[in-house]
Write a protein that binds this ligand. Structure first.
Ligand code: GDP
Ligand code: MN
Length: 389
């Protein structure tokens, strides 16, 4: 799960990581008052969306006039921000963060993530902050310093000094960086974050370090342990279909193709998508309806798939292990009728009572094709999607 910058900065404060003074608002008319309360001589208005790259597309605006924060906020609130990291529709801006600005001497990069290969938390640091770190890693890998943390010994002082030297920090800044790095490790471990990114981490004209931006990802599987983090959830920043799927216990991810896939079991769903690709088609989604599926879930799954207007044909691939194939077939028929599916649906069933299931699905008068093997089913759905496109 992602959270907003202002929420991440609240967590940073709890863990002793310095951030600019600021306050979020959803009402532009409050902006000037907030700016005055913050004090200082210049302010920044930042669109709060679950994506980076805001600076390049007008989602971060500076002003020396506190009254102007109102018009800047007004221009952002209620719009959708499209950045390099969003899709073409962008994300809705429902809140802006008003912050006091600080003269920037240097912009650095610092993140903490999980390196699955070495099974360690790893710090990534670079003096080339404020930029796209993937580009830095690609073009000038020598500008990136990484430090792996041994889970037994934890973060060591020498590791912080190594990072501090590589960032060109001096004197008191070493201690300040160590405190920030320790805060990041504490936050990651205690709140089950999977990634914490500060880009940029700035050095102010007074030589102080401060997190000017903040991005945190959390491990969805640990959220049940952290009601405080769960409270940060903002469904407006997430895919509508994925939100609905969650309510019905369906595992759904939107993709860009035109073949809707409905499968029980994540592994089978992956294999099905691979096969569709192999046969020259493009899946419109990943959808795992779960092991013990029922008519209601199959109906909801059809509704989800059909709400994507790119979908030209559907492939249902269900293995009847816990649920019998004839029960599934009845569910599919009920769902197709209830949801008024008109595009072609190819169904491949396998498992207990498969014969009874196939009989139910044949000669229905519906746009329904019962396939007996998976490779054939995939070929058929690719051909049908091509015809109806
Ligand atoms: P992102 O583009 O979504 O990653 O948003 P950031 O919060 O990283 O802001 C983008 C850029 O705007 C930063 O790299 C800074 O150069 C600039 N910026 C953001 N906040 C301030 C600020 O308080 N003062 C100044 N001078 N520049 C800022
Ligand atoms: Mn940034």
């Amino acid at each position: 799960m992602n959270i907003h910058e202002y929420q991440a900065k609240q967590l940073f404060l709890e863990y002793g990581i310095p951030v600019p003074d600021g306050k979020p608002t959803s009402a532009s008319e409050n902006a000037a008052e907030i700016a005055k309360l913050l004090g200082g001589e210049s302010w920044v208005v930042k669109a709060q969306v679950h994506a980076g790259g805001r600076g390049k597309v007008g989602g971060v605006k500076l002003t020396k006039n506190s009254a102007e924060t109102v018009s800047l906020s007004k221009a952002m609130l209620g719009t959708r921000l499209v950045t390099q990291q969003t899709d073409a529709a962008g994300l809705p801006v429902n809140q802006v963060l008003i912050e006091k600005t600080y003269p920037i001497e240097r912009e650095l990069y610092l993140s903490l993530l999980v390196d699955r290969t070495s099974e360690r938390m790893v710090f990534i640091a670079s003096a080339a902050g404020g930029m796209d770190i993937e580009t830095v890693a690609h073009e000038t890998p020598e500008q990136i310093q990484s430090v792996k943390i041994n889970p037994i010994t934890g973060l060591q002082g020498y590791q912080c000094r190594l990072v501090a030297y590589s960032l060109g920090l001096k004197g008191q800044q070493h201690k300040a960086l160590e405190k920030i790095m320790q805060g990041m490790v504490g936050l990651m471990l205690e709140k089950d974050a999977s990634q914490i990114e500060i880009n940029p981490l700035i050095v102010t004209d007074k030589g102080e370090l401060m997190a000017l931006d903040a991005k945190i990802n959390f491990d969805d599987n640990a959220l049940a342990l952290h009601p405080d983090i769960m409270a940060f959830k903002d469904p407006s920043q997430e895919d509508d279909r994925e939100n609905i799927a969650q309510q019905f216990g369906l595992n759904y991810i939107t993709l860009e193709g035109n073949i809707g896939c409905m499968v029980n079991g994540a592994g089978l769903a992956m294999a099905t998508m691979d096969l569709v690709k192999l046969k020259g088609g493009k899946p419109a989604n990943f959808l795992d309806v779960g092991g013990g599926t029922n008519v209601e879930k199959v109906c909801e799954a059809f509704k989800l798939i059909l709400s994507d207007h790119n979908v030209k044909a559907v492939l249902v691939n269900i293995f009847g292990g816990i649920v019998k194939c004839d029960v599934i077939a009845q569910g599919i028929l009920a769902a197709i009728q209830e949801v008024h599916v008109t595009i072609p649906v190819v169904v491949r069933l396998e498992g207990t009572n498969v014969e009874e299931g196939r009989v139910l699905l044949s000669n229905t008068g519906l746009n329904l094709y019962a396939a007996d093997d998976l490779a054939h089913a995939a070929e058929q759905v690719v051909a049908l999607a091509g015809e109806s496109a």
